[in-house]
Structures are given as structure tokens and as C-alpha cells.
Write a protein that binds this ligand. Structure first.
Ligand SMILES: [Fe+2]
Length: 327
């Protein structure tokens, strides 16, 4: 891994690009602050954060009452939902919900492209959690579990730079990603190369630039910048490398499971991930084929999860629950 650069963005030519950042919903900023301090992530502040946004309340209650969680009695209290799902999962739901809200700042041709990106991101975040469960290196799971919330959010936002590129250059970026989606031979490296040629920066650089401007937690910023080249990440956080490895492999696995954004890929491509050797050594999952055997039986649950998390509409029952709460 590279030595840390105290102010990498100042040395970057990106400063001259003047990329605009989309306005972020206040709840997203609150959620970022909470997950930046995971040791103090408790039920009360998470409940308060959820309650400040009726749409998030409705979605949370919709999710907790869905068959996916198998909770028998109907849940109508936000606090109870936070206790049942855990503040960690709820913080992830809040970040996910607010990512969906960014759809409203991307107009026209960008919105279909954005939906595909959200599905890829949600699948990657879900799979990152699955991959952490597979780690067998002594002590590693115990160290990563308390940071599961920030890892989930980082996996969810790993391609934040693509949102920034679509936001700044809607027509060019959508044309570029749609074309890549139709090709069957491009790789992530190609995508970044084409982004460089088209925009003067790739999505990892654009994402880092925006994440710094928006004061994202450090770990999220590093994941946004280095999810394709974990070897280049700074060394000051010793858990950053295993986190990047898990997200890198989850990113490839989500494509293999049918949730590719711009570059379709099969299971063999997991073995091409920069992080594969490190992940295999830490998990005992020696080949992409072994990973397929573990993850494919979960594909139906993953499909349900992605549907749950990417539905923007609130059903009638959800709205009734919110109005009951607000009375
Ligand atoms: Fe990426």
C-alpha cells in the first residue's frame, strides 16, 4: 500500500475541473456523521434521525414489516424497528434511501442509468456483508463486525464518482455507460480509461473529489477512491486493506450475480479482482467457482433485498403507518 498523502486532492488536476456536487439530503449528512462514530451508534440517535424524515420512516416500517425479515407481529414504532433491525442496519437503510433520493437531482436520460447503478450498489453492499461472514482469518471478523455499518455504506457508495460524473455530464456519461453495458469484453480498467479520455478524470477520482468536498467519513472516501486499486490505498488504517478487499470482491460478485452497472461479467472475473488472492487467503474460498457455490443459493434472497431497497414508492400501508405515528 502507498504512503498516505496528507492532501492528495490539492495535488490533483481535479481541482481545475470544478465538478459540481449534488445537494445531499440532510438525513444523509446526519447518517454519515453517525456511522463515522460507530462505537456510539445507538438506538436513540438513529431513531431520531429516522423520525426527522417521514419518507424514511415509511420505508423503514415497510422494510421491517416485509416478509424478508420474518417478524410476525406488525411493527409500527420506529424505535422498535431500530431495536429489531439494529442501529447498524438502519443506518445502512438511511444511507441507501438517501442515495435513492439523489435520483431526483439526475434528470432526463440519466435516471435509467442511475437506477442500474443503485441496483448494482445495493447488491454489492449486501454481498460485502455476506463476504465478511466467510472470513476465517483469526480475529479478522471480530475486528470488522463493529464497523459493518460503515463498510455497508462504503460498499453502497463505492461508485459515488459515477453519480458525480452523470450529474455533471449527463448526456456524455450516460452514453458512455450505456455503451459499456452493451459490450461484453470491457473491464473496469477500460471503463476508467474511457472516463479519463472523456472527462479528464475517472469515477474514482471524481468520487474522491466530491467526497472530500462533502466531508464524507475518511473510510468512505478511501473506498470510493481505491476500490479498483486497493494496493494504492493509504496505510494508516490497518483495516482499510481487508475492507477494500471485501468490497472489491463483492463488486465483482454482484456483477456475476446479474447486477452489473456498466460492465457485465461472469464468476471467473472475481478471480481477476486485484483483491482476490488476499480475500482467498483470508477466507479459505480458494476459487471463484467456490464463491459461486456459496453465493448462488442466496440469489433469490438477494433479488428480494435489492427490490426492497430500491423501491422508491411508498405503499399505502406505509403511508397509513406514518400518518398514525404523526397523530
Ligand atoms: Fe467502480
Amino acid at each position: 500500500m502507498a504512503t498516505p498523502s496528507p492532501n492528495a486532492s490539492a495535488d490533483s488536476p481535479l481541482g481545475t475541473l470544478e465538478l459540481r456536487c449534488p445537494p445531499l439530503p440532510k438525513t444523509l449528512i446526519d447518517a454519515m456523521e453517525l456511522i463515522n462514530d460507530p462505537e456510539h451508534l445507538e438506538v436513540k440517535p438513529v431513531t431520531e434521525m429516522v423520525e426527522s424524515d417521514p419518507l424514511v420512516v415509511a420505508r423503514l416500517l415497510q422494510i421491517v414489516n416485509s416478509a424478508y425479515y420474518g417478524i410476525r407481529r406488525s411493527v409500527s414504532s420506529v424505535e422498535r424497528a431500530v431495536v429489531l433491525l439494529g442501529p447498524i442496519s438502519v443506518a445502512g437503510i438511511v444511507v441507501g434511501m438517501n442515495m435513492l433520493k439523489l435520483r431526483s437531482v439526475i434528470e432526463g436520460p440519466g435516471s435509467a442509468c442511475f437506477s442500474r447503478l443503485i441496483e448494482h450498489s445495493v447488491a454489492t453492499a449486501n454481498l460485502a456483508r455476506e463476504l465478511i461472514d466467510l472470513l476465517t482469518r483469526p480475529g479478522l471478523q471480530r475486528q470488522l463486525r463493529p464497523r459493518m455499518d460503515v463498510i455497508y455504506s462504503a460498499a453502497l457508495l463505492h461508485d459515488f464518482g459515477k453519480i458525480i460524473l452523470v450529474y455533471n455530464y449527463p448526456e456524455e456519461a450516460v452514453a458512455l455507460y450505456d455503451e459499456e453495458a452493451l459490450s461484453h469484453h470491457v473491464t473496469d480498467t477500460d471503463v476508467r480509461y474511457v472516463e479519463q479520455l472523456t472527462f479528464g478524470c475517472d469515477h474514482t477520482e471524481a468520487g474522491e473529489y466530491a467526497a472530500n468536498k462533502l466531508n464524507f467519513p475518511e473510510l468512505l472516501t478511501h473506498v470510493i477512491r481505491h476500490h479498483h486499486d486497493p494496493d494504492e490505498a493509504p496505510v494508516h488504517d490497518r483495516l482499510l486493506e481487508p475492507i477494500l478487499n471485501v468490497i472489491d470482491v463483492a463488486n465483482h460478485a454482484s456483477k456475476a450475480m446479474g447486477y452489473s452497472f456498466s460492465t457485465p461479467a461472469g464468476w471467473a472475473s472475481c478471480g481477476d479482482a486485484t483483491s482476490w488472492p488476499a480475500f482467498a487467503a483470508a477466507s479459505g474460498v480458494e476459487t471463484p467457482e467456490m464463491l459461486r457455490e456459496v453465493l448462488e443459493p442466496k440469489s433469490e434472497a438477494l433479488e428480494q433485498y435489492v427490490k426492497q431497497m430500491t423501491r422508491f414508492d411508498i405503499d399505502e400501508e406505509g403511508l397509513k403507518r406514518v400518518s398514525r405515528l404523526q397523530r
